[in-house]
Design a protein around this ligand. Structure first.
Ligand SMILES: C[S@@+](CC[C@H](N)C(=O)[O-])C[C@H]1O[C@@H](n2cnc3c(N)ncnc32)[C@H](O)[C@@H]1O
Length: 266
């Protein structure tokens, strides 16, 4: 996925000969830049970068390279969760109607294109919370998708953290590209001071369980935490950790992943 430009075509010479017979012309083949020989049912096909006279009988075929980048891009469709549609930068924005928002997220930089159930679960949970003017902390922001969702939906101060420096770069770029203000910081929840009305954390079960007391401490009284990245099969561990940290927890199980909706005491 390094370039949008397809590679050059190569040539295949389909011979009626075996590899052993073809190898008798090895000097000429190597002089022509031999790429390889593939034998099927006793017939060898010789692959060369150019069509050349190598002294072998057979039928020439131009082999057009596959543009893997274009194929990959063609497979990435917009994702809509409630009022939010995530669109890759190379596609035109769909007409989403009044009250809905479009997020431009560049895939392949970090986790968080909207194509994973853990992300969509948190996006849906965020839209059930009154966000306008509220403070939001996104722990494990990846591309920034959840922080950007909150900011687009009218949240006040939005802070996002990630331990992966590449995610921090990606989230900052995505915030700028979408014209929203998100304070993206390297590190984890302890890179942030203060308490937040809404905390969102799409992490893995073990990290979430470990961070449960920190997430509770970062949440304002009566604040809400939406946590994902919890495999449904292991949701009990994370639920117990959040309850032990003093939160009331409801679980919303998806196909493979569960979103935990926690409320901090008022
Ligand atoms: C599953 S991705 C979620 C990305 C995005 N928030 C989403 O919902 O699609 C988890 C992210 O958390 C980050 N992460 C892992 N452990 C972390 C920790 N202890 N503190 C902060 N970020 C962490 C990873 O680098 C990764 O970018």
């Amino acid at each position: 996925m390094s370039s949008d430009r397809p590679a050059r075509p190569t040539w295949a010479l389909h011979t009626p000969l075996t590899t052993e017979q073809v190898n008798l012309r090895l000097v000429a083949l190597e002089a022509a830049g031999l790429l390889g020989v593939v034998e099927v049912d006793g017939r060898a096909t010789v692959h060369l970068p150019v069509r050349a006279d190598v002294g072998l009988p057979g039928r020439w075929e131009e082999v057009r390279p596959r543009d893997w980048n274009a194929q990959w891009k063609a497979g990435i469709a917009p994702v809509t969760v409630g009022a939010v549609t995530i669109v890759p930068p190379w596609l035109a924005a769909p007409d989403t109607g009044p009250g809905s928002v479009v997020l431009r997220i560049e895939p392949a930089q970090a986790f968080g294109t909207g194509h994973h159930e853990t992300t969509t679960g948190c996006m849906a949970a965020l839209q059930e919370i009154a966000l306008r003017g509220r403070t939001v902390l996104d722990v494990g922001t990846g591309t920034g998708v959840l922080a950007l969702t909150a900011a687009k939906l009218g949240a006040g101060r939005v802070v996002a953290v990630d331990v992966d420096p590449l995610a921090v770069v990606a989230a900052r770029a995505n915030a700028q590209a979408n014209g929203v203000r998100v304070d993206v910081r390297p590190g984890s929840a302890d890179a942030v001071e203060g308490r937040f009305d809404v905390v969102v954390a799409n992490l893995d079960t073990a990290t979430l369980s470990r961070l449960a007391p920190v997430l509770e401490a970062m949440s304002a009284p009566a604040g809400s935490l939406s946590a994902s990245g919890v495999a449904t099969a292991r949701r009990g561990d994370a639920e117990v950790a959040l309850r032990d940290a003093g939160m009331a927890v409801r679980a919303r199980a998806g196909r493979e992943w569960t979103v935990l909706l926690a409320r901090v005491a008022g």
